[in-house]
Design a protein around this ligand. Structure first.
Ligand SMILES: Cc1cc2nc3c(=O)[nH]c(=O)nc-3n(C[C@H](O)[C@H](O)[C@H](O)COP(=O)(O)OP(=O)(O)OC[C@H]3O[C@@H](n4cnc5c(N)ncnc54)[C@H](O)[C@@H]3O)c2cc1C
Length: 509
C-alpha cells in the first residue's frame, strides 16, 4: 500500500538545528540525512521522528500531537513520540525515531531507537495456543499485537477467505476504480506470517466451536485445541431475494474475490444499477464512474447516507455524485432484476447490464450462537471484549460492546475500530485487563471528497455545522440532549483528530 510519501528537504537534524525559537508544541519539517523527518517540541522535550505514516504514507507533520503520541490526519494512526512505536491501528509498523541530543542551543538527531527492545510482561504460562477465527482487520491486528507483546506460543489464524488479510476498504475505492494495483492490497507480505510464526489457514471454514472442550472444529481436518480464542468473523452482505436476484450479473462486494469479479464484469458492461445508497453502494458508484460506466443508484431513502450523516452531508454527497454524472432514483425500491434492467416499485425500469447490491451487512454470529454464547444483534462482549464464555473474545464487526462515550451497547462496521478491538483483545488475552475505550472512527471516500467521522450517534436531536459545506470545508457535530455524540468533518482532518482526542479524554480512553 502506498500514497503520499514526503520528500526529504529542509534542515538536516543530524547536523544540528537551533531550537531556541521553537515554540512549545511546534513541529519542524526537515530530514535526517536522506530520510524525511519531523522535530517536535513538547515543553523541554524534543522528539525526532519519520514524517510519513506507515499506513498510507499520510503527512504526520499535519497531524496532532497528544501527550507523547502523534496521530496521522488521514486515518488516525497513532505513534509513540518516545520510540516511534505503532501504538494504535491503522498503524501497524513503527515510524523511524531518532534519539535527540541537545548541545547548547542546538539539537542533534543521533542514532535510531529500536522500539522492539522495550520490556514486556511475560505471557501467562497457561497460554499454549491462541486461535483466531477470521483473517480480516480484527484478526490480523490481534495476531500482530500478540507477537508485538511478546507472546511466543502457538498462534493460528483461520480464515474462510482464500486470500491472506488485505485492505478491505480499498476494495470499493482505488482498487475498484482501477487506480491502485492489486499488490497494494495485502496488509502484510507472505513472509511476515512465517517470520512471526503465525500459522495462517486460508480457505478454511470453521464449522463450530466448543468453549467447554476449548475446541475449534474445521469443516475439513482435525479440530484445533485452544487456550484462548478470538472470534473475528466479520459480516456478510445482506442478499436480495427478489426475482432475478440470482442472475450472474448481480454482484455483492465484501471480499477480494467479489471485487475482482466486479472489475471483470465492469469491463464488459456499460450501465450499472447500484441498489442501495449506502457507503459501499456509493463508493462503488464513484469507482465505476471512474471506470467510465453509466451509473444509476436506486434506494428507498430520500437522501443518501442520511441515517448516519444527516440531511446536510447527505445532500452534499448526492450533489457530488450528480456532478460526476450519477443518476439517483430515490424513494424507490427494486422489485425485480432482469437481464438488461432493474424494475422499480413505481413501475419504472432502469436499464442495466450490471447490478451491484449494497443494502447492508449482517454480522457472522452463527458460530457464537450455536456454541451458546450470548448474542443479541452481535456477539455480546464486556468492556474487555470477552464474550460470555471465559477465554473467548470477540472483536470487529461482530462484537457488540458497552461504549463508554454513548453509554450504549454498540456494534459498528468500521475498519480502524475493528483493528483497534483486535489489538485490545490481544492484550487482554495476555492478561492486560484493558477496557476498550477508543472512540469509533471511520472514513469514506467519494471521488476527491473524504468524509471522516468520529464517535457514534445512533440518533441525534441537533446538528451544528461550522465552516462551509458547499466548499467541503466543514465540521458537522451531532448532539443528543446537548451531549456531543459524534463529529463528521470534510477537509478538516486536524479537527477530526482533535475531537477524537477530546472524546478520549472525556471517557478516559
Ligand atoms: C468494500 C468495503 C469497503 C469498506 N470501506 C470502509 C471504509 O472506508 N472505512 C471503514 O471504516 N470501514 C470500511 N469498511 C468496513 C471494514 O472493512 C470492516 O468494518 C472491517 O473489515 C471489519 O473487520 P473484521 O475483522 O470484523 O471483519 P472482516 O475484515 O470482514 O474479516 C472477517 C474474516 O473472517 C473470516 N470468516 C468468517 N466466517 C468464518 C468462518 N466460519 N471460518 C473461518 N473464517 C471465517 C472471513 O473470511 C474474513 O477473513 C469497508 C468494508 C467493505 C466490504
Amino acid at each position: 500500500m502506498g500514497e503520499g510519501a514526503a520528500a526529504a528537504d529542509g534542515p538536516d537534524f543530524s547536523l544540528g538545528v537551533s531550537v531556541a525559537d521553537m515554540a512549545d508544541g511546534a513541529i519542524l519539517s526537515g530530514r535526517v540525512g536522506a530520510e524525511p523527518a519531523l522535530l517536535i517540541r513538547r515543553g523541554d522535550e524534543f522528539s525526532i521522528i519519520g514524517s510519513a505514516c506507515t499506513h498510507y504514507q499520510g503527512p504526520l507533520g499535519e497531524g496532532l500531537v497528544v501527550a507523547d503520541t502523534i496521530r496521522c490526519p488521514w486515518h488516525h494512526a497513532c505513534f509513540s513520540l518516545r520510540d516511534g512505536r505503532a501504538l494504535r491501528a491503522p498503524a501497524l509498523d513503527p515510524i523511524p525515531c531518532w534519539r535527540a541530543e541537545k548541545r547548547g542551543d542546538l539539537l542533534f538527531a543521533m542514532e535510531k531507537i529500536d522500539p522492539s527492545t522495550r520490556e514486556r510482561a511475560p505471557a501467562p504460562p497457561t497460554l499454549g495456543r491462541v486461535v483466531i477465527i477470521g483473517g480480516g482487520a480484527a484478526g490480523l491486528a490481534a495476531a500482530h499485537e500478540l507477537r508485538e507483546e511478546g507472546y511466543s506460543g502457538s498462534l493460528v489464524m483461520v480464515s474462510a477467505d482464500a486470500a491472506a488479510p488485505y485492505d478491505r476498504p480499498n476494495l470499493s475505492k482505488d482498487y475498484l476504480a482501477g487506480s491502485a494495483p492489486e499488490d497494494w492490497l495485502p496488509l502484510r507480505p507472505r513472509a511476515y506470517y512465517e517470520e512471526r510464526r503465525i500459522e495462517l489457514l486460508l480457505a478454511t471454514n470453521v464449522r463450530a466451536i466448543d468453549p467447554r472442550a476449548r475446541l475449534v472444529c474445521l469443516e475439513h481436518g482435525e479440530p484445533l485445541r485452544y487456550d484462548a480464542l478470538l472470534l473475528a468473523t466479520g459480516a456478510e452482505p445482506v442478499r436480495l431475494t427478489i426475482p432475478g436476484a440470482e442472475l450472474p450479473h448481480v454482484h455483492y462486494l465484501r471480499s477480494l474475490a467479489d471485487s475482482r469479479a466486479l472489475i471483470a464484469a465492469a469491463a464488459r458492461a456499460s450501465r450499472v444499477a447500484v441498489i442501495g445508497a449506502s457507503f459501499i453502494g456509493l463508493e462503488t458508484a464513484a469507482a465505476l464512474r471512474e471506470r467510465g460506466l453509466e451509473v444509476h443508484v436506486v434506494a428507498p431513502d430520500s437522501t443518501p447516507m442520511q441515517k448516519t450523516l444527516g440531511e446536510d452531508i447527505g445532500r452534499l454527497v448526492r450533489a457530488t455524485h450528480e456532478a460526476h454524472g450519477v443518476v439517483f432514483h430515490l424513494c424507490e425500491s427494486v422489485v425485480a432484476i432482469g437481464e438488461d434492467h432493474v424494475a422499480l416499485a413505481s413501475g419504472a425500469r432502469v436499464p442495466a447490464d450490471l447490478v451491484v447490491v449494497g443494502v447492508g451487512v449482517r454480522p457472522l454470529t452463527t458460530l457464537a450462537e450455536e456454541a451458546g454464547l450470548a448474542v443479541d444483534h452481535g456477539v455480546l462482549v464486556d468492556e474487555y471484549l470477552e464474550t460470555s464464555a471465559p477465554r473467548v473474545f470477540a472483536a470487529g464487526d461482530i462484537a457488540r460492546w458497552p461504549d463508554r462515550h454513548s453509554g450504549e451497547r454498540i456494534r459498528i462496521e468500521h475498519f480502524v475500530t475493528a483493528e483497534r478491538q483486535g489489538q485490545t483483545a490481544a492484550r487482554n488475552i495476555l492478561g492486560a485487563k484493558e477496557p476498550f475505550e477508543a472512540p469509533p472512527f471511520f472514513w469514506s471516500r467519494h471521488y476527491d471528497m473524504t468524509i471522516a467521522y468520529v464517535g457514534h450517534a445512533g440518533a441525534w436531536d441537533r446538528v451544528e455545522i461550522a465552516g462551509d459545506l458547499e466548499k467541503r470545508d466543514c465540521i458537522v457535530t451531532y448532539f443528543c440532549r446537548d451531549h456531543r455524540m459524534a463529529t463528521a468533518t470534510i477537509g478538516r482532518d486536524l479537527d477530526n483528530l482533535r475531537v477524537e482526542a477530546e472524546l478520549e479524554a472525556s471517557t478516559g480512553g
